[in-house]
Design a binder for this molecule. Structure first.
Ligand SMILES: Nc1ncnc2c1ncn2[C@@H]1O[C@H](COP(=O)(O)OP(=O)(O)OP(=O)(O)O)[C@@H](O)[C@H]1O
Length: 589
């Protein structure tokens, strides 16, 4: 119950904040249209007046009926307009909240964990229910108030009409079942909708388009898409079918009881009372249908609000439990970064991706991180950049636990470039400039970063230089080659001139080996020149020609440290590294 109250507060509070004026008009409409509750009473006065030839009663009843219909009509018109505007504004506000909450969470877990992704998928799918929530709730309350008021009016005239209340009970009880069926269907469909969206992106995206054509996969993906849509819709169809059957049974019961009550009234009541009973029952019936509809929609909104509240509390929990640090990171490193028994296991994974890793990345060092695919290199990078917290052990920066630092400040003090870089489809200047927001618009800083990424020629090769829009789907936009996109991402990372921890997680895989080697040699030289601040450079690469530029080489194997030392030491040790090095060297000969 507490949760439902919180959900209602979230929905109504957000809608009222999004557009207070429109929310007030909607409320006025709801209260105003309640005057139509009295219509059956005026009808009774009219019929009894006509039977008794009472002209005064007839005029009074006709005027009252016209006034209440006119007021209700005017309010409904104003309300319709306000509701559409309110739904739009509240919808934007919820979209903003969802985007902000998702992007504010410092960890990556919610974007990689299947069950969290399913929750986010349902929120995304159902978010239109959030914008319309106030409308659903208001109409639901109005229909219920209308039903209660109708019964009160009727009871004052003819107590036997209260028996009709009994007829509404099954519908009330059925609402619980309908809610549960729909909620289960949403949960069961979430992963299937995600798959559908993924397949939809495959058939529409240009990058997948090449392989779909080369491998003649378009028919296969289309038929998977059809199956996936059917599978995703199936739980909803089943839930709707059960709900429809239940509604049919409820309506049949209502009509049966209502028919019996009217039959009883016909035996011993005035024509006016019978007219009142029929009008009231018709009103009740339509209020019941409307209530059922609105209850279903309001339930959708409440469930989605519940998921949004879950996202809020998840974000707060992550911030509280994993990212509560407030310390400013040091401006220079004296000792370096020490890993003490660091382990990490992804949620739901059968084994750990890192196991008991203990070593020191000394201040001022250039460290290369090598290992086979799946050895745990990127996972280690995620831990060092604070994207995940170790599930065991700790990471110390000059003796201070990494979790003690304010995570945003820690990330601002470093920089990173990844193999799976983001393609910011902005102008070239912005796409690079976002690496350092305060120099976002500084063309000369962007040119320096491009120079450091060995991409000086890029500006001259583009139609509008740094102002060129990236992304061929935008007006005047151009696409870049894989290597050029990587250089833009690299330049972005190099906007920060003196990062304390500079991570290159295979950001140059699209470049040829000599270019990568030359680049890293340059960074290593720059890092050594600036080593007075103790900055650490971490290079993740599969190319052993690049590895040689590092002071220290860390070899990971199946999540564990296999070897750690200088190139000369590891060659002399004749171990894993030496074997891989000689193998690649032989390949280049
Ligand atoms: N988000 C994730 N959820 C579950 N398991 C993951 C996730 N990311 C990586 N793993 C698993 O963790 C292990 C280490 O992966 P990681 O990406 O760190 O390897 P890597 O050394 O960087 O590999 P590569 O050289 O191919 O980039 C792998 O077994 C991988 O399947």
């Amino acid at each position: 119950m507490r949760e439902v109250v919180q959900q209602i507060f979230l929905l109504t509070g957000t809608a009222v904040r999004a557009s207070p004026g429109r929310a007030a008009i909607c409320l006025l409409e709801m209260v105003g249209t309640l005057i139509t509750v009295l219509s059956p009473l005026w009808l009774k006065v009219l019929v009894d007046g006509a039977v008794a030839h009472d002209r005064g009663a007839i005029v009074l009843a006709v005027v009252a009926l016209m006034v209440s219909a006119g007021v209700a009509f005017a309010l409904t018109l104003a309300g319709n307009h306000a509701r559409i505007g309110l739904a739009e504004r509240a919808g934007f506000e919820f979209d903003r909240q969802i985007a902000e909450l998702t992007s504010r969470i410092p960890s990556l877990e919610h974007q990689e964990r299947a069950d969290y992704l399913d929750q986010l998928e349902v929120i995304r799918e159902q978010r239109s229910a959030l914008g319309n929530a106030l409308r659903f709730l208001l109409v639901l309350v109005r229909s219920m108030l209308f039903s209660v008021a109708t019964l009160v009016v009727a009871a004052t005239v003819e107590p036997r009409l209260l028996i009709v209340m009994v007829a509404g009970l099954p519908a009330l009880i059925g609402t619980r079942y309908r809610y549960r069926w729909k909620s289960d269907a949403e949960q069961a469909s979430a992963a299937r909708w995600r798959l559908t969206r993924h397949l939809g992106e495959l058939v529409t995206s240009a990058s997948a388009g090449m392989e779909l054509r080369i491998f003649n996969l378009r028919g296969e993906i289309r038929s998977r898409l059809r199956r996936s849509v059917d599978a995703a819709g199936a739980p909803y169809v089943a839930a709707d079918r059960k709900s429809a059957l239940l509604s049919f049974a409820e309506s049949a019961f209502f009509l049966l009881v209502a028919g019996l009550v009217i039959g009883w009234l016909v035996l011993d009541s005035t024509p006016g009372t019978v007219a009142l009973a029929i009008a009231m029952l018709a009103g009740l019936q339509s209020a019941a249908v409307q209530s059922a509809w609105m209850a279903a929609h309001a339930a959708d909104s409440l469930r989605t609000a519940g998921r949004l509240l879950w996202l809020r509390s998840y974000a707060a929990r992550v911030a509280r439990e994993q990212y509560a640090g407030t310390l400013r990171p040091p401006t220079e490193l004296r000792e370096g970064i020490a890993l003490e028994g660091v382990s990490f296991r992804y949620h739901g994974a059968e084994s750990s991706s890192l196991r008991d890793v203990s070593l020191v990345l000394p201040a001022g060092a250039v460290v290369a991180l090598v290992g086979e695919n799946g050895a745990g290199k990127s996972t280690l990078v995620k831990l060092l950049t604070g994207l995940y917290r170790p599930t065991g052990g700790r990471i110390l920066v000059d003796g201070v636990d990494l979790t003690e630092f304010d995570v945003e400040a820690w990330r601002s003090s470093g920089s990173a470039a990844f193999q799976d870089y983001a393609k910011f489809e902005f102008s070239v200047r912005e796409s690079v400039g976002v690496g350092l927001l305060r120099s976002f618009d500084d063309a000369s800083a962007v040119r320096t970063a491009l120079h450091r990424a060995a991409a000086d020629e890029l500006e001259g090769s583009l139609p509008a230089g740094l102002a060129t829009q990236l992304g061929p789907t935008w007006e005047g936009g151009v696409d870049l080659s894989g290597g050029q996109w990587q250089k833009v991402a690299l330049a972005r990372a190099l906007m920060r001139q003196e990062p304390l921890l500079l991570v290159f997680d295979e950001p140059t895989s699209a470049l040829d080996a000599p270019t990568e080697h030359a680049l890293f040699e340059r960074y290593a030289a720059a890092a050594r020149a600036g080593a007075t601040r103790g900055a650490i450079t971490l290079l993740v690469t599969h190319r052993f020609s690049t590895v040689r530029v590092a002071d220290l080489i860390l070899v990971l194997s199946d999540g564990e440290v296999a070897e750690y030392g200088s190139h000369e030491e590891l060659i002399a040790a004749q171990g894993h590294y030496a074997a891989l090095y000689h193998l690649q060297a032989a390949g280049y000969r």
